[in-house]
Design a binder for this molecule. Structure first.
Ligand SMILES: CC(C)(COP(=O)(O)OP(=O)(O)OC[C@H]1O[C@@H](n2cnc3c(N)ncnc32)[C@H](O)[C@@H]1OP(=O)(O)O)[C@@H](O)C(=O)NCCC(=O)NCCS
Length: 202
């Protein structure tokens, strides 16, 4: 397993970071236009410390200490709650970006290790997100299961809504993308509802 360099400084993202985060997103996440404008990071408050399941969790990594150059970020949120009123303890890894000249040194893996630790502490049972085709091998390496490109995921066990109702749902990825999923528990009966690629549930 590769290691992060000793000179890295990882902190919760905040309003002072948004200009550099938007620049990095423009450079390496061209398909995520919503992150290209630093004002939108602030307006939609894409910050949080992951203290509970409905919180966001956004980290930045700087090389060369707290005032160093921003070389990466990860942004996680309860997307199913925000988009569909689903209150299940699932976190979506919306975006993970490392600057090209800072790759291959374990920085993304180190950020994901922090995401996993925060998720477990917040009672999250499922981490998931959408991968572009080029990133599929990375998510596999990080021990996520992958659906096929364009394959939807489906709830396995009805999901709880904020209204208290339970629903089943099917969710398609963006065109050409694949869902990636990793459960944080294998204790039987501990996951009330989850998501699985539709081909796994047929
Ligand atoms: C994908 C990305 C985040 C990886 O960042 P990174 O810091 O270079 O990754 P790491 O150094 O932590 O790599 C961790 C492991 O994954 C492997 N890996 C990294 N990128 C890989 C790739 N494209 N294909 C296969 N394996 C890959 C590394 O070899 C390493 O393996 P090891 O543990 O055996 O040493 C980075 O390339 C990136 O920002 N890409 C553009 C944005 C993107 O696609 N983000 C993901 C979708 S939102």
């Amino acid at each position: 397993m590769s290691e992060s360099t000793a000179d890295d400084h990882v902190t919760f993202a905040g309003p002072a970071d948004t200009g550099e985060m938007a620049q990095l997103a423009r450079d390496v996440l061209p398909f995520m236009g919503a992150l290209h404008d630093d004002e939108s990071w602030r307006r939609f408050r894409r910050f949080g410390q992951g203290k509970h399941a409905s919180d966001q969790y956004t980290l930045v990594v700087r090389n060369g200490g707290p005032g160093g150059h921003l070389v990466g970020f990860v942004w996680v949120d309860p997307a199913m709650l925000i988009d569909h009123n689903i209150t299940e303890p699932w976190w979506c890894i919306n975006a993970l970006a490392i600057a090209p000249d800072a790759r291959g040194q374990g920085r993304a893996a180190a950020l994901l290790a922090r995401v996993e630790a925060a998720a477990r502490a917040a009672g999250i049972v499922l981490l998931y997100g959408q991968s572009v085709p080029e990133a599929r091998p990375f998510w596999q390496k990080m021990k996520f299961s992958l659906g096929n490109p364009d394959e939807a995921v489906r709830t396995r066990g009805a999901a709880m809504l904020t209204s208290g109702e339970r629903v089943n749902g099917t969710f398609s990825p963006s065109s050409g993308d694949s869902w990636f999923l990793r459960y944080l528990t294998d204790v039987p009966g501990s996951v009330r509802s989850g998501l699985l690629p539709v081909s796994w549930t047929n």
